[in-house]
Design a protein around this ligand. Structure first.
Ligand code: ATP
Ligand code: MG
Length: 438
């Protein structure tokens, strides 16, 4: 893609309500455009990042055997009345009437709908376990939509639902999802901590929030930094290994302010390992047994033929929130650097449009074609603008690698730079191998 052709409305006009870095940056670099409070259009640059995140989430869900499907955004109120949540959900639910006067709603989540699909489809324990997921827009009429894509009214979420015969079986599904989340956030280049969350009346520890560290987060975090030193490669998809993974993570201190006690922190964590910061919730996994299957009659025949309510869990990831969260975690000293796996482009060729502009452009086009052949997603900055402005702009767009065709590049030697590092002079072959996909 040539930057001169890309629809990327870069602007210096950031509205005053954009208080945090990610919100400001996403508007400055034309990733999103607000359409009304807490509702955004995703412009090409932002959409590319979100799609990359979505794809990684999808691959990691598929890896544990979860099956992708798609449920609608608009739901009937009937099933919500059956579960008792139609009234309980309150003002966050956007309620709509169709032309026949039927009560509909824009789904804030999908426990009811998936239970309805399940109960009319599967009848026997022999079909279990099942994990189904979709990646779909949700609507919650948040009281205070803010922080750009972090707390929106319309947002993109992956939500998965597991179905098992017993608590013990359900725990296995839960552990698989735990594993999937750890792998997902790792691949996204984010440090996420699983925090045991309150489960209310159900009890147990079968609820975790996954929180990434960022000063602008809404939750206060206290953790032992050893949680980031766990070697993730040691775990595999076996029951034993997944149990060990859960044990390893829960043996290291990490809590939010609700459970924090200064004396526990001092007792459990060496001073030099103590992390005190804020965090952003990017995922939540939850086991709730028959909370929905009971009122909705999600019954299956168990071994003896007796009908029992299926045991369910639900598992969310905030796909659109993650775009903002990744910026919060990676934007420092006026330089945004996307993790390689979710960067909108793999590399940008920055071409000096000064006195040798024709020659530079020709060189740039040649390199562009060569890199494209290697399946590398290249942006070519052919905009007629001085180099210092170009560099400032690319510090914000955040593509981690730059090929610079200016005064330094000469003959075979091309200036190559990784953001936040000094540039080096390399030939095209070395540049290709640096950019090679893992
Ligand atoms: P929060 O406490 O932040 O409101 P939640 O507990 O309501 O989150 P869940 O219902 O567990 O969230 O939803 C799963 C995920 O969806 C969350 O972990 C978060 O990443 C994302 N999410 C929830 N609400 C929003 C929102 N208003 N805007 C963007 N993403 C959201
Ligand atoms: Mg919420």
């Amino acid at each position: 893609m040539y930057l001169s052709k890309l629809f990327i409305p870069i602007t210096k006009d950031v509205p005053s309500e954009a208080k945090i870095k990610s919100h400001q940056l996403m508007i400055r670099t034309g990733m999103i455009k607000q359409s009304s409070a807490g509702i955004y259009s995703w412009l090409p640059l932002g959409f590319k990042v979100m799609k990359k995140i979505e794809q990684i989430v999808r691959e990691e869900q598929n890896l544990i055997g979860a099956q992708e499907m798609l449920m609608p955004t608009i739901q009937s109120s009937e099933i919500w009345k059956e579960s008792g949540r139609y009234d309980d959900y309150g003002e966050e639910m956007l309620r709509i009437k169709d032309r026949q006067g039927r009560e509909m709603l824009y789904g804030p989540t999908n426990e009811e709908l998936i239970t309805d699909i399940f109960r009319s489809s599967l009848k026997s324990y022999k079909s279990l376990p099942q994990i189904l997921y979709h990646i779909q827009w949700k609507f919650r009429d948040e009281m205070r939509p803010r922080f750009g894509v972090m707390r929106c009214r319309e947002f993109f979420m992956k939500d998965a639902y597991s179905f098992d015969l017993s608590d013990a079986e359900a725990k296995k599904s839960y552990n698989k999802m735990f594993y999937s989340y750890i792998r997902t956030f790792n691949r996204l280049g984010l440090k996420a901590i699983p925090m045991a969350a309150d489960t209310g009346p159900i009890g147990g520890d079968l609820s975790h929030e996954f929180i990434i560290l960022a000063e602008t987060g809404e939750s206060q975090i206290f953790a032992d930094k050893q949680i980031f030193e766990i070697d993730l490669n040691q775990y595999e998809l076996t029951e034993q290994s997944l149990n060990k993974m859960r044990r390893d993570f829960s043996s290291i201190y990490a809590v939010t302010d609700e459970k924090f006690k200064e004396e526990d922190f001092a007792k459990n964590v060496k001073k030099e390992n103590q992390i005190r910061t804020k965090g952003i919730e990017v995922g939540h996994i939850f086991y709730f047994g028959d909370k929905y299957s009971k009122p909705l009659n999600g019954l299956i025949d168990s071994h003896g033929g007796k009908k029992v309510a299926v045991k369910m869990g639900s598992y969310g990831i905030g796909v659109s929130r993650l775009v903002g969260a990744a910026i919060e975690a990676n934007y420092k000293n006026d330089v945004m650097k996307w993790p390689k796996s979710i960067s909108p482009f793999d590399v940008v060729i920055i071409t000096s449009m000064g006195k040798n502009s024709n020659e530079n452009l020709k060189k740039a086009e040649k390199i562009y074609k060569e890199l494209k052949k290697q399946n590398i997603d290249v942006l070519l900055d052919d905009v007629d603008e001085n180099m210092s402005n170009k560099f400032k702009k690319h510090d914000l767009i955040g593509i981690p690698y730059q090929v610079i065709l200016g005064s330094k590049s000469d003959g075979d030697k091309i200036e190559f730079k990784e953001l936040n590092f000094e540039s080096e002079m390399l030939n095209l072959e070395s540049i290709k191998s640096k950019l090679k996909k893992d």
